[in-house]
Design a protein around this ligand. Structure first.
Ligand SMILES: *Cc1c(COP(=O)(O)O)cnc(C)c1O
Length: 408
């Protein structure tokens, strides 16, 4: 007789994670079993609206049928060649991304942090080979509140004490300046600066939007001092802010653009940097690489994920519904709310310090079927998949309103 094993419960699965896993995260206690579009279901069958979209990796919605089909089809052909050989997916992926972004070349990696590392290497080498910075002297300007990933080099220039604590010694060559302050950048500029690494809007810091003209000012300072203007668009890019890339809001053109997350619609880790010949040309065979970077499965998935974004008008939807949602959130009357800010469907609702922290609000929202994650202590982030409709946002707003009433 066939024995059917009883499915594990939420508490059993949480216990298992806690017992056997490293405790490097503190997730909300929801155990997700399946997802479709903007919705996820836990192991007990409860449904939630996903307002985090995996930190914007699922801008296209969970399990988008077209991306899934591309993945399945490619999985049946060839998944990995390594870059020792070529694949029929890589060239078309490059070409499509360059046509979309207007850059001359792309270099693919897997995770966001790897793409940031790639940008750092490109900037340094460009500094030595093209700008003429003395060997070992390259300096990159970074900003308070930054988040660029978790490698030892990257956490070395994080402003977040916890990200660094116990992980040193760190890579030298980075100078931290206050985010949003152009004068500080002007003062810090010197002949050894090879690049400025900046998020057009800071996500992990709590959806921090710099003053108008900041990106334009950074671009101008980079031109003036011959330094590379590098934007980390891993979370802000690919439609999240209502433009394909967040730098478009100020009409600038960075020298290097770093992308990841939504690049493969949540099916696969795919990241990349985009740049023109002058920068990308510093890489020669053997200089840099990755076993999985640019593999055919990644390329096929990413190609379809990006097509879906544009062909299904998700960027436009983000712009329109983002504006609508921000306005509605701003109309909520609550003594707990300090500020609502955002661009497109990337919104931070910051609470006053007396509100008791964002986590209890996120837990209350979860009890009503909405999954939001607190960002730092006092900010609730709203970043649903970009396929969400006005009606679904209204459903959510009702619940947000209820939570603010109940916790008043
Ligand atoms: C998520 C993120 C990263 C790191 O990406 P991983 O895939 O987690 O390595 C880097 N920069 C920004 C702005 C991010 O949001």
């Amino acid at each position: 007789m066939e024995t059917k094993t009883k499915p594990l419960s939420t508490s059993e699965l949480i216990h298992m994670e806690e017992a056997y896993g490293a405790h490097n995260y503190h997730p909300l206690d929801v155990v997700i079993q399946k997802a479709e579009g903007i919705w996820v279901w836990d192991v007990e069958g409860n449904r939630f609206l996903d307002f985090l979209a995996s930190y914007s990796a699922v801008n296209q919605g969970h399990g988008h049928p077209r991306i899934r089909k591309a993945l399945m089809e490619q999985a049946g052909k060839v998944t990995l060649t390594s870059r020792a050989f070529r694949s029929d997916q890589l060239g078309p992926f490059y070409k499509e991304m360059c046509e979309l972004s207007g850059y001359g070349r792309m270099l693919p990696m897997n995770t966001g942090a790897e793409a940031v590392e790639t940008a750092i290497k490109a900037a340094r080498k460009w500094g030595y080979k093209v700008k003429g910075v003395p060997e070992g002297q390259a300096q990159i300007l970074v900003f308070t509140g930054n988040f660029h990933g978790r490698t030892t080099t990257i956490v070395g220039f994080s402003g977040e004490a916890q990200y660094k604590e116990g992980f040193g010694p760190f890579t030298p060559g980075f100078t931290m300046l206050p985010y949003g302050d152009l004068e500080a950048v002007r003062t810090a500029m010197n002949p050894n600066v090879v690049g400025i690494l900046v998020e057009p809007i800071q996500g992990e810091s709590g959806i921090i939007i710099p003053p108008d003209g900041y990106l334009k000012g950074l671009e101008a300072l980079c031109r003036e001092h011959k330094a590379l203007f590098i934007t980390d668009e891993i979370q802000s890019g690919l439609g999240r802010t209502g433009k394909m890339f967040a730098y478009e809001h100020e009409g600038v053109r960075p020298d290097v653009v770093i992308i990841g997350k939504a690049l493969a619609g949540g099916f696969y880790p795919v990241s990349a940097i985009l740049a023109d010949d002058e920068v990308m040309g510093v890489f020669n065979p053997g200089d840099h690489g990755s076993t999985f970077g640019g593999n055919p499965l990644a390329c096929a998935v990413a190609r379809e994920a990006v097509k879906v974004l544009t062909e299904e008008n998700m960027v436009q939807n983000s712009a329109e519904l983002g504006e609508y949602f921000i306005e509605k959130l701003r109309s909520i009357q609550s003594r707990h709310i300090r500020e609502v800010r955002g661009r497109g469907l990337w919104i931070g609702l910051e609470l006053v310090p007396q509100a008791g922290g964002a986590r209890r609000f996120c837990e209350a929202l979860m009890a009503k079927g909405m999954l939001c994650k607190e960002t730092h202590e006092h900010t609730i982030r709203f970043a649903p998949p970009l396929i969400i409709t006005r009606k679904e946002l209204d459903w959510a707003l009702e619940r947000v309103n209820q939570v603010f009433k109940e916790l008043d």
